[in-house]
Design a protein around this ligand. Sequence first.
Ligand code: URA
Length: 210
Amino acid sequence: MSEHLTVVDHPLVQHKLTLMRDKGTSTAEFRQLLREITLLLAYEVTRELKLTTRHIETPMEEMDAPILAGKKLALVSILRAGNGMLDGVLELVPSARVGFVGLYRDEETLQPVQYYFKAPEGLKDRLVIAVDPMLATGNSSAAAIDLLKEAGATDIRFLCLLAAPEGVARMKEAHPDVHIVTASLDRELNSKGYIMPGLGDAGDRMFGTK
Ligand code: URA
């Protein structure tokens, strides 16, 4: 596995992912599974958070105990499907600050265009975790990371549920410093830009819009 990509092969993650891929899984189950699996992935993506110590007293004696250092991390949802991953991360890191990036694809240029951007202040001093369940072509993900860097972010991770090799390559080319954590590196993109074998349209499946 490259340093640029971590595939979380924990059995619980893989089990839940199979349930999510199954087209017979209901919207409610899909949402619940996404929340659970994101919590497990969040454990991996926060592995290198910096620690300091705090002097405390246990009921037995005093000690210098480890505690998170620095500013609260920033969690940034890439709209709209990223919103399905917010709760899972927030359950693990309730004090995280939350931002949103909205992009649409211009039908003529096929380039991502920003329609919404709201990020927590002080991005440069925070670990920034961008979340989007599907890393497909990587174009909108790379554009979202561009915006975060323009806003000052320097330490960014990308957390997704499924990644296509094409998306990983695009991100590596555009943002080699951004580590990707995913539950699966799938086979390929199809001609319509869907991940194969994938799980279909993540937004539609979590919000019941189809
Ligand atoms: N976005 C999705 O929701 N699904 C895919 O397979 C690719 C992009």
